[in-house]
Design a protein around this ligand. Structure first.
Ligand code: TYD
Ligand code: MG
Length: 462
């Protein structure tokens, strides 16, 4: 039986990146209402003349060796941690973020840091002129030795330049400006972006040289490029933050060479991005100590604990049904906690809008923060502040019970380090002890509210 040859093109969903070999109209994976777009299939990228055809061969796993020290440090310890220990040679890393968030700044700073180790960097920009990049470099105090600029958008020309110079690192700003002469479509279209990245991917793997790409995403992450690219590149880093707030957070959405739970914090200053080495302290810096509706929880951000402040605001509902708004927390988690508070702790939230926010622009997906979230809502709803120096850790179940959480010791140590004096915990953690922290135990969310709120007039309705 003869096998059908693979077609050259596939059909891609611009929302989730799903690839179909046949035209199907709409995406059967995410059911997006965007029609599928034709683009070269990953399995059939045409080999270019500069690539030596490599014959594939079987290798026994045991016989494969690699050099553990071959990762290149980005010059930022925090970023290296998010990357899993540095930049892996031959990998393609996408740095995605909203326009103006600081991607070009970060990339130029990385170029500078790596250039200090006597490596050469090729910085390719399709968005800014040499002068604009030089202006930014001056602002950042970067001399630019060993950093070579190229303002080019054609991927074939880019690869020709790279082949001629073989730098230690390639930076491309941004992926949306790339185009391939094989395709007659405008730059930024999915077909152009995919084709260009496939060419670069092949080059990077064969030459074992890493490439950093920047990519714009809009608030809801809808722009085609980065979403489609997630499936192709080795790691996707998101640079996030509020434009008017100096804090920037880098986390990885995908990482073939490390954990995706790590977070790094930077601050955008007049001389570029600066690493924040003690994020817990920064996140709690502007907290008012006896504010109503504010609670603190030690959460786990990858390999280290992070203290975060959860703020809640409840107000009368004027619409037909109460609204729940979550910033930095999963909305379904908020809905669950408000329902449990209403049903199990008799908190009247049925005719109140509830808004919650994680201070500092952080996003948390840790169930251990449930109790702190519940306390913040209860505090606002009852107009009573949470006791000073208190943190709360625990997952909340549907019957209002408190459940155990992971990595408790590290969380408690972080709370103690930052000067907190007491902590509410689920009863299951009774055997824990930590110096300087008064541990208080509760079995239910109602009990925790009773312990946690600064209630001078005892016996209010719970
Ligand atoms: P930029 O890196 O150009 O963003 P992106 O590439 O993601 O579009 O950063 C733009 C913003 O950063 C701009 O609003 C100015 C600010 N910025 C500083 O605050 N300090 C600096 O040193 C630099 C270079 C930029
Ligand atoms: Mg830019």
């Amino acid at each position: 039986m003869t096998r059908k040859p693979f077609g050259r093109n596939g059909f891609f969903c611009s929302d989730c990146g799903y690839e179909s070999l046949k035209w199907m109209g709409f995406c059967s994976s995410c059911h997006s209402n965007q029609p599928l777009v034709e683009a070269p299939s990953r399995s059939s990228s045409n080999r270019k003349g500069w690539i030596n055809p490599v014959s594939s061969s079987l290798k026994e796993l045991v016989s494969i060796s690699y050099d553990i020290g071959s990762r290149i440090s980005s010059g930022f310890q925090e970023l290296d941690r998010v990357l899993g220990g540095g930049i892996v040679p031959g990998s393609i890393i996408l740095v995605a973020g909203e326009p103006g968030i600081g991607k070009s700044t970060l990339l130029l700073q990385i170029a500078h840091q790596i250039s200090l180790t006597k490596r050469t960097i090729t910085y390719i920009s399709g968005e800014e002129s040499d002068h604009q990049i030089k202006l930014r470099a001056d602002r950042l105090g970067i001399s630019g030795k060993n950093v070579f600029l190229l303002t080019e958008t054609n991927v074939e020309t880019i690869v020709e330049h790279l082949e001629a110079t073989l730098p230690s690192l390639v930076i491309i700003d941004s992926v949306q400006t790339l185009s391939s002469s094989d395709i007659g479509l405008a730059p930024g279209s999915i077909t152009q972006v995919r084709t260009s990245v496939l060419t670069l991917l092949e080059w990077a793997k064969i030459r074992n040289i890493p490439i950093l790409l920047s990519g714009h995403v809009t608030k809801d992450g809808t722009i085609a490029g980065p979403r489609v690219l997630e499936h192709m590149v080795d790691a996707v880093l998101y640079l996030e933050g509020e434009p008017l707030n100096a804090n920037r957070i880098v986390h990885s959405q995908k990482n073939r060479f490390g954990s995706t739970n790590e977070v790094a914090m930077f601050s955008m200053e007049s001389h570029g991005l600066k690493e924040i080495v003690d994020p817990s302290q920064t996140l709690l810096a502007n907290r008012s100590l006896d504010a109503v509706g504010s609670s603190v929880v030690p959460t786990i951000g990858g390999s280290r604990p992070l203290m975060v402040e959860i703020q809640a605001l409840t107000s009368p509902t004027y619409g037909p049904s109460p609204r729940r708004t979550a910033n930095g927390i999963d909305l379904s988690r908020l809905v669950m906690i408000t329902t449990v508070l209403t049903q199990r702790s008799h908190l009247n939230l049925g005719n109140r809008d509830v808004t919650v926010n994680v201070a500092g622009g952080l996003r948390i997906a840790d169930p251990g923060c449930d109790l702190a979230l519940a306390l913040a809502i209860a505090s606002c709803s009852k107009d009573l502040p949470i006791k000073q120096g208190l943190v709360a850790i625990g997952e909340v179940g549907l019957s209002g019970e408190l459940r155990p959480v992971s990595q408790l010791n590290r969380r408690l140590q972080e709370a103690s380090r930052l000067g907190f004096t007491s902590c509410i915990l689920p009863m299951s953690a009774k055997h824990h002890k930590i110096q300087g922290l008064n541990l208080l135990f509760a079995t239910t969310i109602s009990m925790a509210i009773k312990i946690g709120l600064n209630n001078h007039t005892e016996n209010r309705t719970l």
